[in-house]
Design a protein around this ligand. Structure first.
Ligand code: ZN
Ligand code: ZN
Length: 190
């Protein structure tokens, strides 16, 4: 893609991401640029609505991830967007049918004092290879993480709640949920 078309495409998606995220910021600018580059590298057209062959792992739950979600069309509810809590500005795009995968991170810092418009212009006009690192990687995706109908369902013997997708833990030949065996992120109020 020539640079002018690349810049137009960047601004087109920035608008869509802004509607979803609520504002434009550095994370959105970099996230949009990163997602477009990774998808193009894997041969996906970001203008197509659904990409059944694409799974994305995001390494942060900050602004960037909203950009990745809008540009890729991948969402947690479709099981096509996976959140890995690394606190890093990075994401990995996987083409399911071939296993081809690229992890994208940014390698350039832009001046923090730039206005939003100037920042967008700078990000839009900087060639991908000057601000992004695309690493060819391999991702082993467990079958129980794939989109589609749940492969496994169980009832926890302790709390009686249903557990899907192989998240059950077996102890003494009985099925437990993670909460009952390892504790939860919440505690019940008395
Ligand atoms: Zn933001
Ligand atoms: Zn349980």
């Amino acid at each position: 893609m020539n640079n002018t078309r690349g810049i137009e495409e960047f601004y087109y998606f920035i608008k869509k991401v802004e509607e979803f995220h609520g504002h434009v910021c550095a994370g959105i600018a970099m996230g949009t640029k990163s997602a477009l580059a990774a998808m193009r590298t894997l041969g996906f057209d970001p203008h197509e609505k659904k990409h059944k062959d694409l799974i994305v792992y995001v390494e942060t739950d900050r602004c960037m991830t909203d950009a990745v979600q809008i540009v890729s069309g991948c969402t947690p509810g479709k099981r096509s967007l996976k959140y890995v809590d690394y606190g890093k500005f990075a994401a990995t795009f996987v083409r399911l049918s071939t296993g081809e995968a690229y992890r994208v991170t940014t390698i350039k810092d832009f001046d923090k004092n730039l206005s939003v418009e100037d920042l967008l212009k700078a990000v839009a006009e900087t060639p991908d290879e000057e601000m992004l690192l695309l690493q060819k990687v391999e991702v082993n995706i467990p079958e129980t993480d794939l989109p589609g109908a749940p492969m496994e369902r169980a009832i926890c013997v302790a709390c009686g709640e249903r557990v899907m997708d192989g998240r059950t833990i077996f102890k003494d030949c009985k099925a437990y949920c993670i909460t009952c065996l390892k504790g939860a992120y919440y505690s019940l109020k008395k």
